[in-house]
Design a protein around this ligand. Structure first.
Ligand SMILES: [Zn+2]
Length: 509
């Protein structure tokens, strides 16, 4: 786990002395005038005389007075408008990380000046997380090349206490995000279902999180019938065979929050018999982003071991292949909850995988009156179309009365992991209704979700009915990260973001 460790700086003047160990000073603030340290501000003002870009671009320039003899200034720009949020800090730190790494920086001291405003109360943390996001390199690259050269920054000096959380908390969050980025971002052979399960087992080995993996295909066929329908065409290829991964954490003390998380882990989505054509398949190794976020959250719990919280997470890791045994539209398959599901389109596979996983979680939550349910998934192109680069939250009635999604979204705003709340409506249930007595439920229509009205809301109605959640009194929020799971919405090349993880962490940890 080579991500930069945090060293908390208590004494700024000695950290800034030219003999200190730091090899660069990274400064993040709205502009030169917002920098509070007089020596740094003087250096910035001097540089401004020869470079007019100073308040608009991330720049590196030399300065004899600071450790490492160089300053990287990362201006966030204006922060006072109602639509500015802490991502201004995260994003500019992400850019600064790339500049620092290519400049050969290994141990920067980082100074952050943020306005005294509730929205920016985690600005220092957001800078750290933006730096680590910028520094992360794909697992394949780290395996093939020299990891210490690819990710050269080993330590970051942060001033004072890191906002509202400890350095330990923040490093636990980054450990989790790193796991999530690796799992989401890695190509489909290295991170086929068995590899996905192995990575989870290894990442959580010896920790307070218990991991169980089902690899027996006959057991999956019996216990996870919808999931297995998706897995059918991959069974013949041993290295692609499905896995169900269950991770459990129970903190000490009386349990205040009890979370049940289902993660969609489609390690590759060909679309199945409804094959993705016209170039729409590239990037579909990232269709495991929801499962990656869930596993990353468990890694954070393992590092942090918080009290008063219980989390049960289950991931369906499945490759949606095409082949002689591929499931097809029109098949009727009875879910684990006993609901007869008519397949509408085999490219709407994520909801099938999640459904049986949710049912198993309902079984585990019997007698748990604090249980709150979540599904995390790169589920629909519609989510990306409707809310752009944000996560979309769709909650059931119980969750809505508890303001579950509203509180999650508020936490996400403070942690540079924002989400928008969508409503679940009667039309969503009508959309998946049975058309004959032959089945109880339709999985999807046959147009791309992005051009289907309520394309990210109606699948949540499906998930409730097919899993049996609609027959419980559990709060349930569906988390669609199809728009937020990778940087720039570029599913083929964009860096995974671990979307949803910081929102959950900010809300519950
Ligand atoms: Zn699909």
């Amino acid at each position: 786990m080579a991500f930069p460790k945090i060293t908390v700086i208590d004494d700024l003047s000695s950290a800034l002395s030219a003999s200190a160990k730091w090899d660069a000073v990274i400064v993040v603030a709205a502009d030169c005038n917002a920098v509070s340290e007089p020596a740094i501000q003087a250096a910035l003002n001097a540089h401004q005389q020869i470079d007019a870009r100073i308040n608009s671009e991330v720049l590196l320039f030399s300065n004899e007075q600071v450790p490492g003899k160089r300053i990287i200034f990362a201006p966030t720009g204006q922060l006072s408008r109602y639509y500015d949020d802490v991502r201004r800090f995260f994003d500019v730190a992400n850019q600064a990380a790339k500049l620092a790494a290519s400049a050969g920086v290994k141990q920067p001291l980082v100074l952050v000046d943020a306005p005294d405003d509730e929205r920016f109360k985690n600005a220092v943390s957001a800078v750290y997380l933006g730096l680590t996001q910028g520094l992360w390199q794909p697992l394949e690259a780290r395996m093939a090349l020299d990891e210490s050269e690819l990710e050269p920054i080993t330590e970051i000096g942060l001033l004072g206490s890191t906002d509202s959380v400890s350095a330990k908390w923040l490093m636990a969050a980054e450990a989790g995000k790193r796991v999530a980025r690796d799992l989401c971002g890695t190509e489909p052979e290295r991170m086929a279902p068995p590899g996905f399960a192995d990575y989870c087992v290894e990442a959580l080995a010896g920790s307070a999180v218990k991991v169980e993996v089902i690899s027996d295909q006959r057991q999956l066929e019996r216990q996870y019938p919808l999931l297995f329908a998706v897995a059918r065409a991959s069974e013949a290829v041993e290295r692609h065979q499905a896995r169900v991964i269950t991770m459990t954490y129970e903190g000490k003390g009386p349990i205040e929050h009890s979370l049940y998380l289902a993660g969609k882990g489609i390690t590759y989505d060909t679309g199945g018999a409804d094959l993705k054509v016209n170039g729409h398949m590239a990037g579909m190794s990232r269709d495991k982003g929801g499962a990656a976020t869930v596993a990353g959250f468990m890694k954070m719990l393992a590092q942090l071991q918080p009290e008063g919280i219980k989390v049960v997470a289950e991931i369906g890791a499945v490759r949606n292949s095409i082949g002689a045994d591929a499931f097809v539209a029109d098949e009727i398959i009875t879910s684990r909850a006993g609901v007869r599901v008519r397949i509408g389109n085999t490219d709407a596979e994520g909801r099938l995988v999640l459904s049986d996983v949710l049912t198993h979680l309902i079984e585990l939550a019997e007698n748990d009156d604090k249980a709150e349910f979540f599904s995390v998934a790169t589920l629909t192109g519609h989510a990306a179309r409707a809310v752009g680069p944000y996560t979309a939250l769709v909650e059931n009635g119980v969750a809505r009365t508890k303001d579950s999604a509203k509180m999650l979204s508020a936490a996400g705003d403070l942690w540079a992991d924002p989400a928008e709340v969508s409503r679940s409506r009667r039309e969503d249930f009508d959309f998946v209704r049975p058309r004959t007595k032959a089945d109880d439920l339709l999985s999807s229509n046959n147009a791309a979700s992005a051009v289907t009205a309520r394309g990210h809301q109606f699948p949540m109605a499906f998930l409730q009915i097919s899993s049996g959640l609609d027959k419980t009194s559990h709060a349930y929020t569906h988390v669609d990260i199809a728009g937020s799971g990778v940087e720039g919405g570029d599913w083929q090349h964009g860096k995974p973001t671990a979307a949803g993880l910081m929102m959950l962490a900010g809300r519950y940890l």
